[in-house]
Design a protein around this ligand. Sequence first.
Ligand code: HSE
Length: 311
Amino acid sequence: MPEKSIRVRATASVANVSCGFDCIGYAIAEPSDDLTIETQEKPGIEIVMSGIKADSIPTAAENNTAGKAILSFLNTVDSQQGFKIKIKKGIPPGSGIGSSAASAAAALVGVNELLGNPFNLNDLLIHGMAGEAVASGSFHADNIAPALLGGMILIRSYDPLDILQLPIPDNLFSTAILPDFTVNTKDARRMLPKRVPLKSAVEQAGNLAGFTLGLHEADFDLLGRSMVDLFAEPVRAELIPGYHIVQQAAMDTGAIGCGISGSGPALFALSDSEEISRKVGIAMVESFRKNGLNSIAYPSPIHRKPPEILD
Ligand code: HSE
């Protein structure tokens, strides 16, 4: 049988979105990972890494998020098909914008296509989560779900898995800011409290409900009031030099809300126009600079598409 090849691009994502720890995430238009996936005669998964900070990513399939996701997929369909996966990283690993999820999502979409699409995108999610577990040591879906499905996703339940698309107001824009250092997701998860006070749980639940209603009604004041995180931000903020100052710079420039993207060190902000999302990016980069850190801003609409098959 002649060997086949496919190229797939998957984009970055913002997880947690302040009040939605482990249960809300959205996709952004850039940066992205670009994967070329080739069938090969010999069984097994061969991974070749290139691009940004590629040296820091393991190439053994079991330890690589894309490799592990594909092993989980192949195990389910009982296939011995071998693949060579060339991963060109455009999303820095350890940045907090779903780098590992993007590679896993693109790999799954590519392998699914090469094998005649035995699964739909929702079915691929569980395999993507197996990949994510390699990077974070936990089964969370708030990066992999938006990376695979696009849009703004609510994970209503993990067991059983219940994934819902939230409505996105037309003029809602995101800004992701990547400071030039990494945070290991496993370490950032170890910092989390094992228990939270009932009062905090009630407040977080209220904010999460307010956030989803704010999306439904395109009520940006309500969105902003709801973007408070009592679970992760209080402990993770200390990982990011100048965090509260940079956050304030975003708010002073007109952002609706601003928080830590995933487990950091990236920050994200939401705005009600493209122009403000760009200005917020400039203000946050400048604020990080004053705190001695280089950073890059990615203003973007909420990206509504699944990974793109390029050729
Ligand atoms: N929800 C996950 C966390 C996202 O905050 O640990 C990791 O990027």
